[in-house]
Design a protein around this ligand. Structure first.
Ligand SMILES: Cc1cc2nc3c(=O)[nH]c(=O)nc-3n(C[C@H](O)[C@H](O)[C@H](O)COP(=O)(O)O)c2cc1C
Length: 228
């Protein structure tokens, strides 16, 4: 069924009675998920091997089930496979990144990035066989072309991207959240409408055989969880 905006319509409810999972199964699934998610890493060196495109489409479909402010689903996912378009994205991104690393970021930001070993060269944008460019829809256009506000756009799109990354990882693919700053060039290169603002470029693929990742330590549960 095709979605249309539900702006101003009355409340309608349907029953929701998912089967309750036995506690033992819940515990086993949660422990397995924690272990599998713990093995996710951001990959910056990709193999050019193709990925099953349906896996990426399914992951995007998972992301699009995310909750969103007022159920406005303020996201667009552009799946870029065309090598010429990936080259154009890389050229424009590297131009911005050169300025950023040459001083625009400032010493504090550069210091925060140093342990990651990143620089202005972004081969993942052309090596990875697919890029998912995520756009936020800052507003929508009503029936008479009038601008209608979207609520909690940053939060909604952030949650959707988290679900996308989880789905890709659990389906066996690697990804990177790349946020060149500023990102205006992405809407231009990809011909997106004026209400859309780029949120992240997510290269997707398999890690290169010689892929290395920074030696990072994650906060322990005790450092992130406060139980009251
Ligand atoms: C909002 C956001 C923006 C990011 N931007 C970049 C980026 O522009 N370039 C990059 O190489 N990594 C980027 N990353 C990846 C982080 O550096 C990475 O997630 C972090 O170092 C932890 O590593 P892990 O994902 O392997 O656990 C970004 C991650 C997030 C969530």
């Amino acid at each position: 069924m095709q979605w249309t905006p539900t702006h101003g319509e009355p409340y309608r409810a349907v029953p929701y009675r998912p089967e309750r999972m036995p506690v033992e199964e819940s515990l086993a699934r949660a422990a397995e998920l924690r272990e599998r998610m713990g093995r996710r890493r951001t990959v910056r060196q990709f193999s050019p091997d193709p990925v099953p495109e349906q896996v990426v489409r399914d992951a995007i479909a998972c992301a699009a089930t995310a909750p969103s402010g007022a159920h406005q689903q303020p996201w667009t996912f552009v799946l870029v496979k065309d090598p010429a378009v990936r080259r154009a994205v890389r050229a424009a991104a590297e131009e911005e990144e050169r300025r950023s690393y040459a001083g625009r970021l400032g010493e504090e930001w550069l210091a925060a990035l140093r342990p990651l070993g990143t620089d202005e060269v972004k081969p993942h944008l052309t090596d990875a066989p697919a890029l998912v460019v995520v756009f936020q829809q800052r507003y929508w256009l009503g029936p008479d072309g009038e601008r209608r506000k979207h609520y909690y756009v940053d939060e909604s799109v952030g949650i959707a991207v988290g679900m996308l990354l989880s789905a890709l990882h659990l389906s066996g693919l690697a990804a990177l959240v790349h946020t060149p700053s500023p990102m205006r060039f992405l809407a231009e290169v990809l011909g997106r409408p004026a209400n859309e603002k780029a949120f992240a470029v997510i290269p997707v693929g398999y890690p290169a055989p010689d892929c290395r990742v920074p030696d990072l330590v994650r906060k322990s549960l005790g450092q992130v969880l406060v139980e009251v």
